[in-house]
Design a protein around this ligand. Sequence first.
Ligand code: IVH
Length: 686
Amino acid sequence: MAAGAARRMEDLKARIREADRAYYVLDNPILSDAEYDRLMRELLALEEEHPALATPDSPTRRVSGEPAEKFAKVAHREPMLSLANVVSDEELDEFDARVHRLLDLPPDGAVEYVCEPKLDGLAVELVYVGGELVEGSTRGDGSVGEDVSANLRTVGGLGANAGVLPRLRGASPARLEVRGEVLLQKEHFEAMNRLLARQGEPLFANPRNAAAGSLRQLDRRVTAARPLSFIAYEALGPGAPTWATHSAKLAALAALGFATNPENRICAGIAAVKRWKDEMADRRFSLPYDTDGLVVKVNDLDLQRRLGAASKFPRWAVAFKYPPQEETTRVERIWASVGRTGVLTPVAEVTPVRLGGATVSRATLHNEDELRRKDVRIGDMVLIRRAGEVIPEVVKSIPERRTGAEREFAFPDRCPECGARVVREEGEKVYRCTGAACPAQLVGRLTHFAQRRALDVDGLGEAVAAALVANGHVKDFADLYALPAATWEEMEIAETKAGSTVKLGVPRARRIREALERSRTAVLRRLLFALGIPQVGEATAATLARHFGSLPRFLGATEEELLGVRDVGPETAREIRAWVEEPQNRHVMRKLAEAGVDPAPEEAPRGGAFAGKTVVLTGGLTGLSRDDAKAAIERRGGKVSGSVSRKTDLVVEGQDAGSKAAKARELGVRIVGEEEFLRMLAEPGA
Ligand code: IVH
């Protein structure tokens, strides 16, 4: 039994040491913090169970991170300790109870704490003698750190606040040791990795490693080029002032010119700490830097002194750690998921792990470039991360943990959902499926088809499109025209995201069917845009429609003919041909023709009486319905508004018009009757 435990303990120690080296010396982690904490906890438990087997060199008794050989060593006058972790309300209560017990305080008296975000950077010490910075060092193993003075001098602060000061502002005590965290803000981290990627350099896994890697450079110019920040949270030294509280000390640090964290809070009692911790659980994601927890410190410095420290941790502080947002796990499979816009996203299916309080079995790889850059292979151990509500992502692969059985993922050239060709458009990062009837994209395609700027099927929005696809009523655009009235009316539509549904009902169904009816003869450019052909946006659709004039001529155009169209380049010509030739798309076009979709010949270019004008309709028109009048104005580039204001260009006055016409007269807006309106609609160029 003991022999088994001893073996396991040796194994754990070896793995922890290897991970420490990767993390502290190489700035390139091979374990997630969570996995590391688990190994540590297991080792601690074994040492408690078998005290005779515990060795003094155990990582549970030493602060990890021996100083690297490349830097001169600096002994810290006072050791730089680590913090004990707690992960639950119960453990916070235990910490508070221990503080009360050790101080002999009545259990119901609240102890005041300062809560500080646990900054995910690296701890450093700055030594000021007579107000001048004489030395700066990393924590190292807690007793001895690395001399990074020259590099530290290049470190900035937070926002408008100063960072590492070469000289203290105001008072200058004989010797002052200022401690705090050097970190890299999230946006700078991302910018830096983008730059490294462009230079073909290996990327950093997270801002902490990036900050550590940037600070621990032999060439301080490299450090200077990285926008690091220093936030101060501790001051000590033989001649240092004797503050009464930690919060007074923080205020003094700010007065000396240092950036302190504006998120620090004083909490009266552990209940207030727990409330603040819960509030920060989400808010922390909107902070400009990474934080994985809250450091809870006894505020009264006299009480801190009485509590003292154990070998590795102070007894007056503890770190609350939020559920891990980062984990190591294995990639079991990689596949391309087809989104609503037809974009293929590589997704890693991973061995399920707990992440941020939920079980995660998938993580996105974003796109092919990212996948290649991170060199993620099937079978790889990877670091995955989730920040707040966003979907988990693969941060990096861990090539150090490969066995040789890993395989690279080949991006498919056919859509996994429908088999249509997959294209990567020029200047785009993503691959897109070109199938017009691809089920995965159908909802997105239907809403695009129906949007105002396309075929303007009023009432057919995302909720209706989703219901049509879910019920299997619609497999492509053409099916919309074949759906019987009763099917529309009875259709159940999701009313809210929560899942309650309502029937579409008669009026809404009628509105959609009437709009569909009108869309059959909409102008060609609207249909060409509505089809969602790669590279064919609104402007290109209009050019193509003007050039070819009719749908059959467009569909029959050769690549050369397409190249003859103004603004159509080789890429677009190729894409259009490939789209038209795709069997799935040919089928849809045939069905649309059978459904009576017959686009009107292209209208003359805009610029008539309605282009860019805001029009208000009031009173009843005899010659056409209000919807038709509205559509006619919009087709001519105008906008129809419900109320008259100074911005109104024109009011169309029908029968029994009321207050709107009166208001228009008052404001001096031009008013026309129905006859005049019809004449304007018929005007050439309108
Ligand atoms: S106080 C003895 N305050 O956490 C007190 N540390 O696990 C220890 N850290 O090495 C330092 N944010 O790198 C303190 N607001 C904060 C902190 C913080 C992050 C890090 C620091 C330290 C480690 C201890």
